[in-house]
Write a protein that binds this ligand. Structure first.
Ligand code: F6R
Length: 240
C-alpha cells in the first residue's frame, strides 16, 4: 500500500485525476470503478477540464459505480445516478450506455446484485477503482460489522453513515436507510485501487488503515491484502 500525502484537497484531486488520465491514455477502453460522495468531486472536475482540453477521451471508457441508495428512482436528485450524471457523465464525451450504477429501482435486490457482478465480470473487471472512505472505515457501503459480504448486495446503512450523509439532505429523516453496494470481493478484484481521503473527520479511518490489523470492524483495512493500492490523502486526514 502506497501513501501520498498532499497539502490540501486540490492537490489530492489533481494527483488522483493524473492517475486516471494516465490510465485512459495508456488504455482508452479502460473500465473505471467510480465513487460518489464529496471526496471525488474535485477529481471529476479535473477530469472534465482535461477532457475539454482534449487531453483525455472517454468515448471508449466503461464505468461501474460502487453503490446506490435503495430504493430510489434514478431521476431523484439524491440518487447516485443523478450525482454521476451531474458531476461527470454529462460533462465528458462518455457514452451513457457504458456507465453503470446499481439499479435503485430494482424489484429484487438479490437479482440486481448478481446481475451487476456478472456484468462487471463480463466487461473484464475494473482497471482502476476510485474509493472514498467513511469516517467509520466503510468502503462503498460495506459497513463495519462482524462479517463482510463478497458480492454486490443490499445493505442497511449504519446510524453513523445516515448521520454523515444527512448533510446533503434537507432533513435526516429523508436519508434512505438502505443501499445496494458492491461487496468486498467486487472491490478487491480491481487491478488497481486509489482511495481518497481529506479532512480531519477521516483521520481515525486512515489511522486504522495504517494499523497492522485487518478487521471487519474497519472494512477499509482489508485493502492491505490488495497488491496495488494507493492512498491519496490530505495532511488533515493523515495527521488528524
Ligand atoms: C460513495 C461511497 C462511500 C463514500 C464515503 C465517503 O459511492 O461508496 O463509501 O465514498 O461514504 O463519502 P464522502 O466522500 O462524502 O465523505
Amino acid at each position: 500500500m502506497r501513501f501520498i500525502v498532499c497539502e490540501n484537497y486540490d492537490e489530492m484531486s489533481a494527483r488522483a485525476a493524473d492517475i486516471l488520465a494516465s490510465q485512459l491514455i495508456l488504455k482508452p477502453d479502460s473500465i473505471l470503478g467510480l465513487a460518489t460522495g464529496t471526496t471525488p468531486i474535485g477529481t471529476y472536475d479535473k477530469l472534465v477540464e482535461m477532457n475539454k482540453a482534449g487531453k483525455i477521451d472517454f468515448s471508449a471508457v466503461k464505468t461501474f459505480n460502487l453503490d446506490e441508495y435503495y430504493p430510489i428512482k434514478a431521476d431523484n436528485d439524491q440518487s447516485y445516478r443523478y450525482f454521476m450524471n451531474k458531476y461527470l457523465f454529462d460533462r465528458v464525451n462518455i457514452d451513457k450506455a457504458n456507465t453503470h450504477v446499481p439499479n435503485g429501482e430494482a424489484a429484487d435486490p438479490d437479482v440486481e446484485g448478481k446481475a451487476y457482478d456478472k456484468m462487471l465480470a463480463e466487461a473484464g473487471g475494473v482497471d482502476v477503482q476510485i474509493l472514498g472512505i467513511g469516517r467509520n472505515g466503510h468502503i462503498a457501503f460495506n459497513e463495519p460489522d462482524s462479517y463482510l459480504i463478497a458480492g454486490t448486495h443490499k445493505t442497511a446503512l449504519t446510524e453513523d453513515t445516515i448521520e454523515a450523509n444527512s448533510r446533503l439532505f434537507n432533513d435526516i429523516s429523508e436519508v434512505p436507510h438502505y443501499a445496494l453496494t458492491m461487496g468486498m470481493a467486487s472491490i478487491m478484484s480491481a487491478k488497481m485501487i486509489v482511495l481518497l481521503a481529506n479532512g480531519k473527520g477521516k483521520h481515525d479511518a486512515i489511522a486504522k488503515l495504517l494499523d497492522e490489523k485487518i478487521t471487519p470492524d474497519c472494512p477499509a483495512s482489508f485493502l492491505k491484502l490488495h497488491p496495488n493500492v494507493v492512498i491519496i490523502c490530505d495532511k488533515e486526514a493523515y495527521e488528524g
